[in-house]
Design a protein around this ligand. Structure first.
Ligand SMILES: NC(=O)c1ccc[n+]([C@@H]2O[C@H](COP(=O)([O-])OP(=O)(O)OC[C@H]3O[C@@H](n4cnc5c(N)ncnc54)[C@H](O)[C@@H]3O)[C@@H](O)[C@H]2O)c1
Length: 344
C-alpha cells in the first residue's frame, strides 16, 4: 500500500533513534509515504544505525543527534530516541525552526513540556507534533466519529484498557504512567473532547517490598463536564498486547475491538490470535500518522496531536503519579490553551 501523495514537494526527514520505533517510522516514511524521503538517521549505537540506514537508503548518518537537527539537508525531524531525550531534542528543533514529530511523552514532566509550549508559542507557529498516535487508529476513529455524531447522546463515561505482554525489567510507577499510560490519558482527553479535572491512581507493585514499581496501574478520572472514566494499564499480562476503549453515552455505548485476526472455531473451541506488541496492533496507525504528518507539512504546519496535547497529557500524568504515591485523589488544573493550538 503506497500513498498517492504529490511527490513534487518531497519533505526531507531526519530520524533520531533507530530502535524499534525509529526503524518502523523510517521504513514507513521510506516505503509508505511517497512525499517523504529519509535523508538522515542518528543513533548512538553505530551498528544499529548502519543496519537501519542501509535498509532505508539513508545518505547521512550521525551518532550526535544535534548534528542531524542542524544539517542543511534535513527539513523535518522525527524523534524516536528514549523518553529522557525528547524535551531537549524538541527544543533543539524549535531553535532552528524545523518541524518535529516527537514520540510520546513530549517530556518527562509537565513543567518540561510547558517550556516547549512556551518556546513554540513565542515562535508564533506550530512546529511540534507528538506521537500520541491512537488518533490515527481506525478502530479508535470509528468510535470517536460515532460519539461526535451525537448518536450515543451525551457521553457519560470513558474506559481504557492497555495490556502489555511483558516488560523486560520492573518498571517504576513514574515510568509506567509517563511512558505507557500517557497514551491512555491522551485518548481519555481526545475521545471525550473534555478535560480531566481530578484523578485517583493506584497500583499493584511487582512485589510487596518494591512499592515504587508498578505491574498494573488503575486510574479513575473525573471530567470538567461531569463524566467519569477509568483506565487499566497492565505492564505484564503475559499473553500478548491489547488496547481498547469503550465510551458510554446516554443512549448507548461504543467500543473498539483490538483484535484484527479472524475468529476461528475448531475442536470445540472458539479463538482469536492476539497481537504480540504495539508494532503489530498499531501497524496501520503508524503509517497514517507519518503520512498525515508529511501531508500537513507539505501545505503548512502539523495538524496532529500538538505540544499542547503533550503538555496536557503530562499535567494529568504528573497528577496520577502524585495520587499513586499519596493514595489520595489529586486535582488537575489544565489552563486555557493558546489560540494556535485550537483544532478546527
Ligand atoms: N507511539 C508508540 O506507540 C510507541 C511505542 C513504543 C515506543 N515509543 C517511544 O519511542 C521511543 C523509542 O522507543 P523504542 O521502543 O524504539 O526504544 P528502543 O530502545 O528500541 O530504541 C531507542 C533507540 O534510541 C537510541 N538512542 C539512545 N540514545 C540516543 C540519542 N541520544 N540519540 C539518538 N539515538 C539514541 C538507542 O541506541 C536505540 O537504538 C521512546 O520514546 C518510546 O516511548 C512509542
Amino acid at each position: 500500500m503506497r500513498d498517492k501523495q504529490e511527490t513534487a514537494r518531497q519533505i526531507r526527514v531526519g530520524v533520531i533513534g533507530a530502535g524499534g520505533m525509529g526503524e518502523r517510522h523510517a521504513r514507513n516514511l521510506t516505503h509508505e509515504v511517497a512525499a517523504a524521503q529519509v535523508v538522515a538517521l542518528s543513533d548512538v549505537d553505530a551498528a544499529r544505525l548502519g543496519v537501519v540506514a542501509a535498509a532505508c537508503g539513508v545518505t547521512h548518518t550521525f551518532t550526535d543527534a544535534d548534528e542531524l537537527i542542524r544539517h542543511s539537508d534535513v527539513e523535518a525531524v522525527l524523534i524516536a530516541a528514549p523518553d529522557r531525550f525528547h524535551a531537549a531534542l524538541t527544543q533543539a528543533c524549535l531553535a532552528v525552526g524545523k518541524p518535529v514529530l516527537c514520540e510520546k511523552p513530549l517530556a518527562l514532566s509537565a513543567a518540561e513540556a510547558r517550556r516547549i509550549v512556551d518556546a513554540e508559542v513565542a515562535g508564533g507557529r506550530r512546529l511540534v507534533q507528538v506521537g500520541l498516535m491512537r488518533e490515527y487508529d481506525p478502530a479508535h476513529l470509528r468510535v470517536k466519529q460515532l460519539l461526535d455524531s451525537g448518536a450515543l447522546g451525551k457521553v457519560l463515561a470513558f474506559r481504557g484498557v492497555h495490556i502489555n505482554g511483558g516488560a523486560l525489567s520492573w518498571r517504576t510507577v513514574e515510568d509506567v504512567i509517563t511512558n505507557s499510560a500517557v497514551h491512555d490519558l491522551h485518548s481519555a482527553r481526545w475521545m471525550m473532547g473534555d478535560e480531566i479535572v481530578r484523578v485517583y491512581a493506584s497500583h499493584a507493585p511487582y512485589s510487596a517490598d518494591r512499592p515504587d514499581t508498578a505491574r498494573l496501574v488503575l486510574i479513575q478520572l473525573h471530567y470538567r463536564g461531569g463524566a467519569v472514566g477509568h483506565i487499566e494499564c497492565n505492564m505484564e499480562a503475559g499473553y500478548g498486547y491489547e488496547v481498547d476503549v469503550k465510551l458510554t453515552g446516554e443512549r448507548g455505548s461504543a467500543e473498539t475491538s483490538s483484535l484484527q485476526s479472524a475468529v476461528v472455531r475448531r475442536d470445540n473451541q472458539r479463538g482469536q490470535w492476539i497481537e504480540q506488541d504495539w508494532l503489530q496492533r498499531f501497524e496501520t496507525a503508524y503509517i497514517h500518522e507519518v503520512r498525515e504528518w508529511i501531508c500537513s507539512l507539505q501545505v503548512g504546519a502539523p495538524t496532529g496531536p500538538s505540544a499542547w496535547d503533550g503538555y496536557a497529557s503530562m499535567l494529568v500524568a504528573d497528577a496520577c503519579i502524585a495520587s499513586a504515591k499519596s493514595g489520595q485523589p489529586v486535582d488537575v488544573d489544565i489552563p486555557e490553551m493558546a489560540e494556535m493550538y485550537r483544532r478546527t
